[in-house]
Design a protein around this ligand. Structure first.
Ligand SMILES: [Zn+2]
Length: 316
């Protein structure tokens, strides 16, 4: 076995770029997915790296130069990257820009998100390209990578796109996507078993920003977020009061900050309701300690179950 690894290592080192298709990525989870699906046939160029802020990232000139050397650029899509049209123009036809989220079913972002001025959804659409609303790119929730089913879809999309730019390795990409999907499915089964420890009526997930819609849909939670979809909005006092009421009504035991957001309002809610503050969840998939779908989901499920399952208090 060791011998085999050494041989592979030697070949990879001795023949750099012989067959590797260069793929640039705008999200760490997409970088991991490209590696899982593409294996040794791809070389991933991570433009947006772990630790970066996906809601406020803009490519710098050096990023553009790096992207220009690749065949494929994978973006999350669903309005997350507001700069894609401009980027597509400046990259030209040599780099294929793929919004992986484009073919993944969206959930609308509306619940528990209180716009200043109570705009109707139709009016929000009209605001679509106002730059000052950088976190309101329309009505789609862009955090699709919290769902295992969406990740399976994404694996197939990435395999198809890799096959289009590198047809010689199409069967390897299809096999890579199949293997990744199997792992995602196994993780989902584990997550479902863990979450079953939380009673259905206790599945209210109060978080800092509106990142957990797809997670909540997949695992039967009701999401309540305090900051809206792009983390920049302030929570209105009306919304905070409503959240406190929901926590009391459902007897919710914990609320969750995030690795990149811990607004003061969470501490205020904890003070006035007596709920615990749970472990920070990984919301945008860019935590330095966990920036793959699998490590992110495992961390989030463990943290949520530890705080919300009935035995948590006694066991801890
Ligand atoms: Zn987010």
């Amino acid at each position: 076995m060791k011998q085999l690894f050494l041989t592979f290592g030697f070949l990879a080192a001795a023949l750099p770029g012989l067959a590797a298709t260069k793929v640039a990525t705008l999200h760490p989870i997409l970088a991991d997915l490209a590696r899982q699906v593409g294996g040794a046939n791809v070389e991933v160029v991570e433009i947006l790296k772990p630790g970066a802020d996906i809601h406020h990232f803009e490519p710098a000139p050096k990023d553009l130069a790096e992207m220009r050397g690749t065949k494929l650029l994978l973006a999350s899509g669903k309005g997350l990257e507001s700069f894609l049209d401009k980027l597509r123009d400046s990259l030209g036809a040599d780099v294929k820009l793929v919004e992986v989220g484009a073919k993944i079913p969206s959930i609308p972002f509306e619940e528990h998100h209180h716009e200043h001025g109570d705009k109707e959804p139709a009016e929000k659409e009209k605001d679509h390209d106002h730059d000052e609303h950088d976190h309101h790119h329309g009505s789609e929730d862009p955090h699709w990578w919290h769902s295992a089913e969406n990740m399976k879809r994404a694996a197939r999309i990435v395999a198809d796109e890799l096959s289009a730019v590198d047809p010689a390795n199409a069967s390897a990409y299809a096999a890579g996507a199949k293997a990744a999907s199997k792992r995602f499915g196994e993780l989902k089964s584990w997550a479902q078993k863990e979450i079953a420890k939380i009673g259905k009526k206790d599945r209210l997930l109060v978080t800092a920003h509106g990142a957990f819609g797809y997670f909540c849909k997949e695992y039967g939670f009701e999401p309540i977020s305090l900051l809206g979809i792009g983390r920049s909005d302030d929570a209105s006092s009306k919304h905070v009061a409503e959240t406190i009421e929901e926590i009391r009504e459902h007897g919710i035991k914990a609320i969750f900050p995030e690795d990149q957001a811990n607004p003061k309002v969470l501490a205020e809610i904890a003070r006035s309701t007596g709920v615990k503050i749970g472990e920070p969840l990984i919301a945008d998939g860019t935590a330095k300690a966990a920036h793959t779908f699998e490590t992110m989901l495992a961390h989030n499920v463990r943290s949520i179950v530890a705080a919300l399952a009935p035995a948590a208090g006694a066991a801890k």
